[in-house]
Design a protein around this ligand. Structure first.
Ligand SMILES: NC(=O)c1ccc[n+]([C@@H]2O[C@H](COP(=O)([O-])OP(=O)(O)OC[C@H]3O[C@@H](n4cnc5c(N)ncnc54)[C@H](OP(=O)(O)O)[C@@H]3O)[C@@H](O)[C@H]2O)c1
Length: 341
């Protein structure tokens, strides 16, 4: 089958389309004929080798972390899905493989496609949608009437986060450039700070929580924007000890490393009386089913920046890496004949 393969860590020239064998599912897995796959910054971070400390891949490896497609085979212990089901999923972190004509998905990581979406729109949901849901519902525990700051609202995660925070009953402030302002307002943002003109901390204060998608200076400003006792959750800052133990299930070595790496940030947060949390999202079929329900109920709109044919995935990756996508970038797979497999 055709797949987008990473040969060695580094620049885009170390990736290419090539032929690899169709993977074989184990007893608890599904084999999916991929119809569309979503792109995420984690794809180029993995390519560069930035995540080697938490996840090492045996190279060459097929890239890609989320997909939508049809079930074409089920392991013997799979009970919730059948051949022909239309599903979407964030694939297992330790395997990847979504940028291919066929991919393996754990039964527990998949959910039925939202009835109102095609494969391309559904493939845009899993990684960014789950990240936003898990950060706002499980980490920030957003409640009705709270004021929540979300940095970078116009991107893949931000476009879901604004809508989910509004659904949970919050007032939302976000940052966007003039290019993204109309979109974030359409998604429900109550306050939009133009990050090209002013610092969010100069106009926002006493927020009940913050969800940071940018790291760096914006993350540090979030500590000043929220009230003492509040939590700042980031997915783009520096991992802290709980990231290692709770999100990655790792032991003392990685916890200690993250303790040192995040020391200054945690000290900064403590000075403001704020809790600091770096979240690594986790795949979840149950959470995806919840997102599908919200999409079909009209609560969440999926924002797709652009759709590329799979053979142009290098262009799609370059667009993603430019950092200016509005919503998600997706690739769609070509039709296949049995001789191509
Ligand atoms: N830890 C985890 O589990 C996890 C999960 C998902 C994502 N992430 C991370 O979260 C980050 C965001 O991911 P994403 O998919 O949302 O990225 P993305 O879609 O590539 O974000 C692009 C958007 O960010 C906006 N942007 C860029 N600089 C900005 C700034 N200084 N202030 C406000 N907006 C800015 C851009 O708007 P303009 O073009 O208008 O500037 C663009 O719309 C990435 O670092 C990703 O790796 C982590």
């Amino acid at each position: 089958m055709q797949a987008f393969v990473l040969k060695a860590y580094g620049g885009p020239e170390l990736t290419s389309l090539g032929q690899v064998p169709v993977p074989v599912p184990n007893a608890r897995q599904l084999l999916i004929r991929v119809r569309a796959a979503g792109l995420n910054p984690v794809d180029f971070k993995i390519r560069k080798g930035d995540l080697r400390i938490v996840q090492r891949y045996q190279l060459p490896a097929v890239l890609g972390n989320e997909l939508a497609g049809e079930v074409v085979a089920c392991g013997g212990q799979v009970h919730r899905f059948h051949i022909g089901d239309r599903v979407f999923a964030r694939v297992a972190k330790e395997r990847m493989g979504a940028f291919a004509q066929f991919a393996i998905v754990e039964e527990d990581h998949a959910a039925q496609l939202p009835a109102s979406l095609d494969f391309a729109a559904a493939a845009a949901i899993p990684l960014a949608g789950l990240t936003a849901l898990q950060a706002l519902r499980d980490e920030l525990r957003v409640e009705k009437g709270q004021c929540i700051f979300i940095s970078g609202g116009a991107g893949g995660v931000g476009s879901f986060a604004i809508q989910i925070a509004k659904h949970l009953g919050a007032q939302v402030a976000t940052t966007a450039s003039p290019r993204g302002e109309a979109l974030v307002r359409q998604l429900g943002a109550d306050i939009v700070v133009d990050y090209t003109k002013e610092k969010p901390m100069s106009v926002l204060s006493e927020f009940d929580g913050a969800f940071d998608l940018l790291g760096g200076d914006t993350l540090e400003q979030a500590f000043a924007i929220v009230r003492p006792g509040a939590t700042v959750v980031t997915v783009a800052g520096i991992p802290e000890p709980l990231t290692a133990s709770k999100d990655l299930g790792r032991g003392f070595g990685l916890q200690a490393l993250f303790w040192f790496a995040s020391f200054l940030l945690r000290r900064h947060a403590r000075k403001h009386g704020v809790h600091y949390r770096y979240l690594f999202m986790h795949p979840s079929g149950a959470d995806l089913a919840e997102l599908a329900r919200l999409v079909d109920a009209g609560v969440i709109k999926v924002i797709v920046d652009s759709v590329y044919p799979f053979e142009n995935i290098i262009d799609a990756m370059a667009k993603l890496e430019s950092g200016h996508a509005k919503g998600k970038i997706v690739v769609t797979m070509p039709e296949i004949s049995s001789t191509q497999k």
